[in-house]
Write a protein that binds this ligand. Structure first.
Ligand SMILES: Nc1ncnc2c1ncn2[C@@H]1O[C@H](COP(=O)(O)OP(=O)(O)OP(=O)(O)O)[C@@H](O)[C@H]1O
Length: 549
């Protein structure tokens, strides 16, 4: 701001010199009086150049750093929200909010704010200088400034609507792209390429229309302002000619006055354009603020203590839970306990709430009724982070990142040495196939591990869980999507993983329940809002597991 104001001051002084040269050199034809003001002018131009470079550079630096910090903050905040916040929204739209919308905000509060202050300063300087030359002339031209403001107000409100539509379409377009690319195998196998392209085209057309409305408005804004400017200049020239003829104004005076106005109007116009930037930023900020306003459903209590390394004793006591905003409970009066070394298997129809039980244990949500205990302490009295450090979950769908095999195995313990990674991989039965990969443990696994087979992905997830070495293990359909032969291969490392830990095994398939496991059958809460929970006790007649090869 300081640099930009300095550059504007230099311009004011340069125009004053221009008037001086007109009157003292050009009109009097005295070349001797030319050199001093010319040299000062040159010096002013050099100072203005350095100042405007420094201003532009520091504005860009401030703006980029602002952008970096805001994006970091919004992303960090997103990570504190329960995962279903992102699951309920379209991923592409969320990504657009974290990129384009944040950029629109930066344009306002970063470079926009600097521009606003320096434009206001320029308006004050140029208007002040014009008043200094001829206050009555200046007053005449200032009378037209309200016309500028009315025009920009009319445009800004329309621009805001168009900008909001453009932001929305941008998010929708990103979502179609993200979904289409993430589900590419499905799209191609079902011959839906054309339909997906049409979906993208449809959203793209919406974006085009919103952009054209913006282009139409900002294109029209320039000429509308120009008409007002022309009226002003004609008025000044007419009045100035009359004043010169009457001997009350010099030619240099009129020219420098016109030059001040020539700089003043673009500055006023800049203020109007700023109103358009504000509109665009407001549309983007609404979407970012919606994320920042979302509050985590579970917060650490003020007196919460870290759990430390727990023994792994888990108990649910009369737990009832309904998802936020849903009237029907998913779980009601669920009770069970699991001790270290024990396997408790949860069965029940799809949608009964088995995975929900795991989410409650991880404290993505707190129960509405009853309590959940870890080593006898209510989870609400422990910090979220320490609870999660004691639990490892293997999800239904194996989640891998696009890094290397090693990065993925060490995800829960990034400081683990390569030896430790290899030992976990050996125990999980992945070492032999990793050795054959082109870059061994440094081989990239592809987007979400897609370069690996389902069984390989699952065993990498087991190695990751082994390395993390938490006392409580939650297995959510660990054999989901694996054929019998692959399931048998996964079973052996899985048993190693379960050894000595408290295991909560969620499964539809009784063949995957180890002998001696305690069974808990979760039945859906019926329409009339009841849950029946049968304790079947030690399973006596469970079908035998397929023997590991
Ligand atoms: N984030 C959510 N918001 C609202 N309802 C949800 C949410 N997640 C799950 N549900 C609902 O809660 C119920 C239980 O879901 P859950 O995933 O726990 O079932 P499940 O027993 O694990 O099913 P499956 O065996 O098919 O995995 C379902 O009716 C589901 O529609």
């Amino acid at each position: 701001m300081v640099f930009a104001v300095l550059a504007a001051l230099c311009e004011v002084a340069a125009i004053r010199l221009f008037g001086h040269i007109t009157d003292e050199v050009l009109t009097t034809r005295d070349l001797g009086a030319f050199w001093t003001p010319a040299l000062i002018w040159l010096g002013l131009a050099a100072i203005a150049g350095v100042a405007s470079f420094a201003g532009a550079y520091s504005t860009a630096l401030g703006a980029e750093r602002f952008l970096l910090r805001l994006r970091d903050r919004v992303f960090a905040h997103l990570q504190t929200l329960a995962p279903d916040f992102s699951e309920k929204r379209r991923l592409g739209d969320l990504m657009a909010r974290l990129t384009d919308d944040i950029e629109a905000i930066e344009e306002l509060v970063g470079s926009g704010l600097v521009k606003a202050v320096t434009t206001v300063a320029s308006v004050i300087f140029f208007a002040g200088a014009a008043f200094f030359v001829r206050w009555d002339l200046a007053l005449l031209t200032m009378a037209l400034i309200p016309a500028f403001l009315v025009v920009s107000k009319v445009f800004a409100s329309r621009f805001r609507t168009a900008a909001a539509r453009e932001r929305y379409s941008n998010g929708a377009m990103n979502s179609v792209l993200e979904e289409g690319l993430a589900n590419q195998p499905l799209v191609q196998a079902y011959n839906r390429q054309g339909a997906e392209s049409r979906r993208l085209h449809g959203e793209g057309r919406g974006w085009l229309r919103a952009n054209m409305t913006q282009a139409w408005l900002s294109g029209l804004y320039g000429p509308a302002v120009q008409v007002i400017e022309t009226v002003c200049l004609i008025l000044i020239l007419g009045f100035g000619a009359w004043e010169i003829a009457a001997g009350r104004l010099t030619l240099g005076g009129l020219l420098s006055f016109a030059a001040y106005l020539a700089l003043l109007y673009p500055a006023v116009q800049g203020l109007g354009e700023l109103a358009l930037t504000v509109s665009e930023a407001a549309a983007g900020s609404d979407r970012v603020v919606e994320i920042l306003r979302a509050r985590p459903l579970v917060n650490d209590a003020a007196d919460a203590v870290p759990a430390g390394r727990s023994r792994g004793s888990v108990a649910f006591e009369g737990v009832g839970f309904a998802y936020p905003g849903r009237s029907r409970p998913v779980l009601r009066d669920l009770s069970f306990s699991a001790e270290p070394g024990e396997v408790v298997a949860f069965t029940g129809p799809s949608g009964a709430g088995k995975s929900t039980m795991a989410k409650l244990l991880l404290r993505f949500y707190d129960p509405d009724a009853g309590r959940i205990l870890l080593d006898g302490t209510d989870l609400r009295g422990l910090t979220k982070e320490s609870v999660r450090a004691n639990i490892t979950i293997l999800h239904q769908e194996t989640m891998l990142f696009s890094g290397s095999v090693r990065d993925n195995i060490a995800y829960g313990r990034p400081e683990a040495s390569l030896d430790e990674v290899i030992r976990a991989a050996e125990a999980a039965g992945v070492h032999d196939f990793v050795k054959l990969l082109p870059q061994g443990y440094d081989t990239p696994v592809g987007q979400r591990g897609r370069l690996l087979s389902g069984g390989q992905r699952q065993r990498i997830a087991i190695a990751r869980a082994l390395l993390r070495d938490a006392p409580v293990l939650v297995l959510d359909e660990p054999m989901n999507g694996l054929d019998d032969a692959t399931a048998a291969q996964v079973m052996k490392p899985l048993r190693r993983l379960m050894a000595g830990r408290t295991t909560l095994l969620i499964t539809h398939d009784l063949r995957h329940v180890p002998e001696g496991a305690r069974m808990v059958e979760v039945e859906p809460v019926p329409r009339e809002d009841r849950i029946r929970l049968k304790r079947v006790g030690v399973q006596a007649r469970a079908p035998r597991l397929p023997a590991p090869p």
